[in-house]
Design a protein around this ligand. Sequence first.
Ligand SMILES: [Zn+2]
Length: 406
Amino acid sequence: MSVDIQPSHIDQIKQTNIGLVYRLIDQYGPISRIALSKKSQLAPASITKITRELIDAHLVKEAEFPDLSFRGRPAVGLKIDSKGWQFLCIRINKGSVVFGLRDLNNNLRVEEELPFSLSLNQSFLDCIVDEIDDFFFRHQSCLERLTAISITTNAIIDPNNGIIHSSPYYDIQNIPLGTFLHQRTGLPTFLQHGITAWTIAESLYGAGENCQNIIQIVIDDNVGAGVMTAGQMLHAGNHSVVEIGHTQVDPDGEHCYCGNTGCLETVVGIKNILVRAHRLAESHPDSLLYSISPLTIDSLCQAANQGDLLATNIIHDVGERIGRITAIMVNIFNPEKILIGSPLNGAQNILYPAIQQQIAQLSLPGYSQQVNIVATRFDNTGTLPAASLIKQSLYSGELLIELMQG
Ligand SMILES: [Zn+2]
């Protein structure tokens, strides 16, 4: 070993290798040590050492599996040992909070959505902690070894330091949520923007599986994007997100909460689409939208799918506006796939061609021709995005090392 290799580098390599082996066991288990060595390109001796450490920590276990090359005699392979390992996922929404208790295999034990509001005489941290305590109290019987806490919210956050700087939903400033929960529970705590975490979830188990370069466009109450380039999330380590929703598209438009005027979100945010559809319907008695009450995003999609001209035009217009900004992103990131996360996926036969057409027209042909527009596998609810942060940290080795040190 060279003397100029610093211990921290060795630790980093060890961590990366353990994460890689764990990931392969998770993805291919039960898998033999020989196959692990081949897939990871690590020496058999390293595999033996790493797998022994993982087995000793009860993170991996041996399992027999049929091996055809041994004339039916079962071979011994390795698979993930998730028994007893649990983590808590929290999603902070506008007016509600979702708790999910999952095991390391991502199986959901309990999920609950509860109303959440700030009371006048209690801080945000106290309110959240009360909810967490109540959740644990209600579900004591399912609780085993809690290993980490993971939180997502659509807010301006600092994931490295676990701080929520500000939120569009709550009147809060610089809340040290990660540190507070870590100090209180002693557990590793993760915090990430909801869209970033959703894109990570799609890349691990969803529509972006096995892709290294993804753009995910979210058209919901918030309009934003998640970008993965060469397998790495853009901005995952800092307080930024890809703020396409706050790009001005209408200089004479509505005032936006970000301080500017006529942002994309004020035009194609779901609430704003419905307001516009409602207004247009009043002057189009021939449209299906005229008689639908209350008008929802699902009924708008249904009307469009039934060929209603007004509904189709509204969705087509959203597609064109989204397409124009996506085209610029295609030229910057050259993605393999564009994922659309939106309740408008109900009318994807109208929405996607409108996006595609703009991309084909506005971006580099060599890039735009290979892009595939697909729907996200998951919708914008639940705690799977928070769970994917835990999985990501296991795969990087970071959380594994912490769990192994117990
Ligand atoms: Zn804005």
